[in-house]
Design a protein around this ligand. Structure first.
Ligand SMILES: *Cc1c(COP(=O)(O)O)cnc(C)c1O
Length: 433
């Protein structure tokens, strides 16, 4: 399998090169040349496969011969080495809990797969790879955890100062070793813009082998398909596939779900659930796409005004508005409604949502109220404890910190303060080297 650049002016390349480079030389996102079909017999008998077997079947065509079979089996098994339970909230709605990984958010899947692939590839080449990544909250921790101690890889994480939660900040600032956190005096969009500038800068590209661990990197984006397959394994009524609501920011997650669907996974309908940063729902309503300046919300991992993966969604549907509209509905959910949803769902069903899951829950509920014959699930993308202030106020209870996160509170934050200027990042990277 080769990958082409969505800007269409760079040569096609392998999974290996696409993973190491992150972005194509013409600054486009890489996209698979064709979408592989998962054998319909596998879908039909999906419950007779283990998670590990299924993960290998799904990922193998995308990786091709760039990773040998045994290594890929090991990589996918390590990637998904935690539960992905589908939990019933009520008769119509289930929660696909994606927060049982080491940093309590779904991004562990992509980060673990990518770090292991990059570790594998870096054994075959000279010199260090520097992973540059901007985070709105959860990516940083997942990437730090996934890459910690990986030989030949240095990780630099940019995060917006004061705009991530305490657990999120600890997860990305306490690792040490090959992980450095840059605390940027600006927004997530500023961080993302600085990272994009770095990839385009000739001096930096000469001095360093830079790659991105944002979902623009195919090795982070593609494995996110896997839990949609695991969800279908757990879906009881296989004849009536689920409506799936995805809390969306950069649109990597929902785009991976759509990819799974195009390759044969039954899904009734997708819901792009956004907070007020709703360029895509706005596009789905009006047919006109316009990026916006990000507005801070309580679902901070979705505060993205210009979602980088939306272009991949367009590509999947041949950029046809009608085709996209038929498969995806968009919803905008305000902070007010998000909070109310957390309170209501706790009171009615005893289920604790995090703000991102709550956005998706509300969107799903709105859709199902117009389609009463359907049932659905939403992706619960982070553990509520990552957002204690909001959640505890709404449920009137203290949340307990899961054992796996308790060690964080014994460590000291280490970050380097930086202005939201590309020049500062450039100077720092060049002198650090
Ligand atoms: C990153 C993130 C999202 C948004 O995912 P995208 O792939 O960027 O759309 C949603 N919820 C949580 C908790 C996240 O960390």
């Amino acid at each position: 399998m080769n990958y082409y650049s969505l800007n269409k002016t760079a040569p096609n390349t392998t999974f290996r090169e696409a993973t190491i480079k992150g972005q194509a030389p013409d600054k486009g996102l890489y996209f698979p040349e064709r979408i592989p079909t998962v054998d319909p017999a596998v879908i039909k008998n999906i419950n007779s496969y283990s998670k590990e077997e299924l993960a290998f079947i799904v990922m193998q065509p995308y990786v091709g011969d760039t990773i040998d079979t045994n290594s890929l089996q090991r990589i996918v098994s390590e990637t998904i080495h935690f539960p992905f339970p589908l939990v019933k909230v009520n008769d119509h709605i289930s929660s696909l809990e994606l927060f049982h990984g080491p940093t309590l958010a779904f991004k562990d899947v992509g980060a673990r797969f990518m770090s292991r692939c990059l570790g594998y590839f870096s054994q075959q080449q000279k010199g260090k790879v520097t992973v540059l990544v901007a985070t709105s909250g959860d990516t940083g921790g997942a990437v730090a955890n996934g890459f910690l101690g990986v030989d030949g890889v240095e990780v630099v994480i940019l995060y917006p100062s004061g705009k991530v939660s305490p657990v999120q900040e600890l997860q990305l600032t306490t690792c040490g070793q090959n992980i450095t956190a840059l605390e940027v005096n600006g927004s997530f969009d500023d961080c993302q813009a600085m990272v994009k500038d770095a990839f385009m800068d000739a001096d930096l590209n000469k001095a360093l082998q830079l790659t991105s661990a944002n979902s623009i990197n195919v090795a982070r984006w593609l494995p996110q398909q896997l839990y949609y397959f695991f969800a279908y394994q757990q879906w009881e009524d296989k004849q009536n596939p689920p409506v799936i609501a995805v809390p969306s920011g950069n649109f990597g997650n929902i785009c991976a779900g759509l990819l799974a669907h195009v390759s044969g996974l039954p899904v009734q309908h997708f819901i792009a659930a956004c907070n007020v940063n709703d360029s895509v729902p706005e596009y789905l309503r009006s047919g006109t796409y316009q990026s916006k300046t990000a507005i801070p919300t309580i679902s901070n991992a979705m505060d993205v005004g210009s979602p980088s993966n939306f272009i991949r969604v367009m590509e999947l549907f041949g950029s046809k508005y009608e085709a996209i509209k038929e498969k995806i509905s968009g919803y905008t959910v305000t902070d007010e409604i998000t909070k109310q949803t957390i309170a209501d769902v706790y009171q009615q069903f005893g289920y604790t949502l995090d703000p991102h899951g709550a956005v998706a829950y509300d969107a799903l509920e709105q859709y199902l109220s117009n389609h009463p014959d359907l049932k659905g699930m939403f992706l619960e993308t982070a553990h509520p404890v990552k957002f204690p202030d909001t959640v505890e106020a709404m449920i009137g209870q203290k949340l307990s910190i899961p054992e796996s996160a308790q060690h964080l509170f014994t460590k000291e934050k280490q970050s380097i303060l930086m202005d939201a200027e590309f020049a500062s990042l450039k100077e720092w990277l060049l002198t650090k080297k």
